[in-house]
Design a protein around this ligand. Structure first.
Ligand code: NAD
Length: 474
């Protein structure tokens, strides 16, 4: 397996975990690889040298310490590089109450897993300034991207002997993007008759997680929503310092603590290796070494339960010890059993996705018009008049103009605050085969007198509109 010790406290917690795994009899051949701050400083913009990428590609399993993104060395994070290069589409974050870690939620029996889509959504990083004062980020959610994360969540629910699978989205507002995940969820869940699926609006999910967290088993969500609720959930059971995670893909899996490199305490034998150890336990289960995983987990739980020789961040006041002494204590407890029940884990089997480009064209496709985003300081009536002249004779007519989602021409009662970015919707006067030519002609007319930014074709796929209406649009 590839071990990336990483930055700050990374090497210390990695060493602690490797010692515990070796003492538990897990037979692992570690191949150490580099990533993070030092790599950036050598001018490697991805933060991960080729040898590290080769090692991951060869081994397929990675245990990783935290990686710093040093300020001033490019803006890409090495973590994101690794996730994207190996298409680690599933982020799994177990959230379970641990013995001895007191929180306002202790005793509630919190035991859930958050599954977050890890590569799509707003995190594709496709951003454009539309005008000098209007920024846009593309929220891209695909059908196969949704299906594979949902099937991963369903397989995980089964593998952990759980029942309830909650899909949390904002489908009520973003009907196409967030709605994609909800629709795919509804389509595929009949394949899992043993599970209890339900859908929850993401904001209510955040609320429910605080008022009744024990109701959740597995929660699956889109990338940004999952990012937020997984941190929220971690906070319920003791915070990021004890939160493990895995990043799963078809060809590789990477296991890491959620916390960062804690530079303030690096090299001082103060770091708590629990989060990386819990991540390593997930890794052992992932490769099917359930016996070693159970042995290490029980030793950790006993150590936490007895609250003897814990690191300063979690120890009862005045009793904290260093990383090494805590590690020795966990090793000393190997073979003991805690009062905490273990799950009957099963191997996680994921569907294999076909190689090649996913392409499912619709049976029918019709272009009905075009949205053109235009920068102007003109008032909507004046803009409308000039656009009507600009597209005259092209076969397209101006239907409406909106500003930040609200129709402003034809005007409604009330007056929204206007910024210099208007979406102008033009519809084809009659269906035609050469719609693109009409759009090009209209665009040439518009461009002669206006700054246009992006252009979105309006299409109907299989008889359904592939675009939403503006607030107030008929
Ligand atoms: P951090 O998680 O490093 O630290 C937050 C606080 O928690 C600090 O007080 C720290 O001392 C404490 N802490 C964290 N882990 C601990 C542990 N194992 N034992 C004891 N105390 C611990 O977050 P930050 O300060 O925001 O980030 C520091 C650096 O880490 C940044 O460069 C950031 O980019 C990077 N980072 C990396 C990852 C990753 O690699 N997955 C995640 C988060 C942050």
């Amino acid at each position: 397996m590839t071990a990336i010790p990483g930055d700050g406290i990374g090497p210390e917690v990695m060493k602690a975990v490797q010692r515990i795994l070796a003492a538990a009899g897990a037979e692992i051949d570690w191949e150490e690889a580099e990533a993070g701050a030092e790599v950036f400083k050598r001018g490697i913009a991805t933060g991960a040298p080729q040898e590290t990428l080769d090692s991951i590609a060869r081994n397929g399993i990675v245990l990783k310490g935290p990686l710093e993104t040093p300020v001033g060395y490019g803006e890409k994070s090495a973590n994101v590089t690794l996730r994207k290069f190996f298409e680690l589409y599933g982020n799994i974050r177990p959230v379970r109450e641990l013995p001895g870690i007191k929180t306002p939620f202790s005793g509630r029996g919190i035991d859930m897993v958050i599954v977050r889509e890890n590569v799509e959504d707003l995190y594709t990083g496709i951003e454009h300034m539309q005008t000098a004062g209007a920024a846009q980020c593309l929220k891209l959610i695909t059908e196969p991207g949704s299906e594979r994360i949902l099937r991963l969540a369903a397989a995980l629910t089964q593998a952990e002997g759980r029942k309830k699978l909650t899909c949390a989205t904002k489908a009520n507002i973003m009907k196409f993007t967030e709605g994609m995940m909800k629709r795919v969820f509804e389509r595929i869940m009949p394949d899992y008759p043993d599970l209890e699926p339900s859908h929850m609006i993401i904001d209510n999910c955040a609320h429910q997680m605080v008022i009744a967290p024990e109701q959740f088993d597995v929660v699956v969500s889109t990338n940004m929503n999952g990012d937020i609720i997984s941190d929220l959930a971690a906070g319920l059971v003791g915070g990021l310092g004890v939160a493990p995670s895995s990043n799963i893909g078809d060809h590789a899996a990477m296991f890491e603590a959620v916390h960062g490199s804690a530079p303030q305490i690096a090299g001082k034998d103060l770091a708590n290796p629990t989060a990386l150890l819990l991540s390593a336990i997930m890794m052992l289960r992932h490769i099917g070494d359930f016996a070693a995983a159970e042995k290490v987990e029980q030793a950790l739980l006993v150590t936490l339960e007895e609250a003897r020789n814990l690191t300063g961040d979690i120890a009862p006041k005045g009793t904290g010890v260093g990383t090494t002494a805590y590690t020795d204590q966990v090793i000393a407890n190997l073979g003991r059993t805690s009062g905490f029940a273990s799950r009957a884990y099963q191997p996680l089997t994921l569907p294999q996705w076909p190689e090649g480009v996913w392409h499912h064209p619709p049976q029918t496709r019709e272009v009905t018009g075009v949205d053109v985003f235009i920068e102007t300081g003109a008032e909507p009536p004046a803009l409308a008049a000039s656009l009507q002249t600009a597209v005259a004779g092209s076969g397209l007519t101006l239907k409406m103009i909106e500003n930040r989602g609200v129709q402003v021409w034809p005007a409604h009662s009330g007056r929204p605050f206007l910024v210099d970015l208007f979406r102008c919707r033009f519809m084809l006067e009659a269906p035609r085969d050469n719609a693109d030519a009409a759009i090009a002609q209209a665009l040439a007319g518009i461009g002669a007198g206006h700054h246009w930014m992006h252009v979105e074709k309006l299409q109907r796929f299989d008889g359904r509109d592939g675009y939403t209406k503006a607030q107030g649009e008929n």
